[in-house]
Design a protein around this ligand. Sequence first.
Ligand code: GLU
Length: 505
Amino acid sequence: MKVRVRFAPSPTGGLHLGGVRTVLYNYLFARAHGGDFVLRIEDTDQTRYVAGAEQYIMDCLRWCGLNPDESPEKGGPYAPYRQSERKQLYREYAEKLLASGHAYIAFDTAEEIEKMRKDHRIDEHSHAQYDSRTRGLMVNSLTLTPEEVNTRIAGGTPYVVRIKMPEHQTITLHDMIRGEVTFDSSQSDDKVLLKADGMPTYHLAVVVDDYLMKITHAFRGEEWLPSAPVHVLLWEYLGWKAHMPQWAHLPLILKPDGNGKLSKRDGDRLGFPVFAMNWLDPKTGEITKGFKEMGFLPEAFINMLAMLGWNSGSEQEVFSLDELVQKFSIERVHKGGAKFDFEKAKWFNQQYIHKTSNELLADRVKPYLDAELGIGNWELGLLSKIIPLIKDRCTLLPDFWAQGHFFFSTPEIKEEETMRKGWNDQKQQFFTEWVAALGSLSSWTHDALENSFNELLPVHNLKKGDVLLPLRIMLVGGKYGPGVFAIAEVIGMEETVKRVNWVLG
Ligand code: GLU
């Protein structure tokens, strides 16, 4: 049987890194087994729908290089891949469940349900739920006669279809990460399957679509584990148990201190991104920063995510996507939550900056220079020369500007005091003569520049250490950067002379 997996997000906002990790594990599993990776948009909850979120999810997947084989955008043999466009299809299954007595119609208003929850509260802290204990007290097809039900429907009274959860039945699920997981069916309420507007809820739609789309393995976040018994029963009640996918519930991604699930708010509070890409909330106008815009390479982001909850069993941490496809196994995913560590995320980025080709890096750095200098106001050829000089000093992509801006324009001297410290006639004389000598250099290379510099030192009774830092500050504006002679080689004679002369006055 062909492996088919799916990522089934609800388009409700930014894509949390946990969501991207779910995509990644699905993707790796599909690739390793020659299977298909499906993107299905679960947009049946109109109240939570956020415009633009679907496009944003697809853009994030594209940036990560985790492209689905079938999706709303791409189409495929099981289209449509957007649940709102499949609306008509679900009612048939709700009716099948009604006919077999595994579901029932309920007319209760929100106020009536709220009243029941309070009146029949279990204890001080927990309200009652709509379940085997309370359903007999409510207005539904179990308590009304068939005639009463029909009259209400004919009269246009809104109704929902609910699953009839059995009482104290043990439901067992084999999870590829957790092994056997058992549930008491009475823990779950009688979930709504079909809403008053005719839309299915997630619970019905996810089972119907996983079946119709021939999904063989369903990997999703641990937060869905409590819903799993409802899904298992639906597979059974619809007569599809033999086709039920194998499940894996992925561990949570935790706050850096391990105290609970990592949220967008933690990112805001601690100054790191939680979403894959910048997310503009259309309701509030608020922009939440993403890993992409913060300057992460997608390959590094992916590698970091792979390791959040999985290890290969060796010391190796840096894996290309192809290597991950080879090595990844869902059984090696941990049960316990994985703590997010932003420093480690940056470490991964640094590793990838180091190993990415200069050409590809130039391409990735380009947008940052466009933003700083304006499109068309700088040369790609210059960037190509700079990248090898500074890549080992860069952790995030904006660092290429911070570490290399002085190659593009004359810097402001921020360390003038340090430069002038111990300045004397001797040094003034030294630099004046060096600048004069530059015109007659046989070649403009860093070696030739350094040799001419070194040769002049004894003439003025100076040591290299006396004049090297001043030269760096003249060229860079500060006390950082790659080798000074390499900088001079790249910026050229005219600019080198100009920067030194500015100091000499
Ligand atoms: N629509 C669910 C979500 O938003 C998908 C859960 C699942 O994969 O079953 O996460």
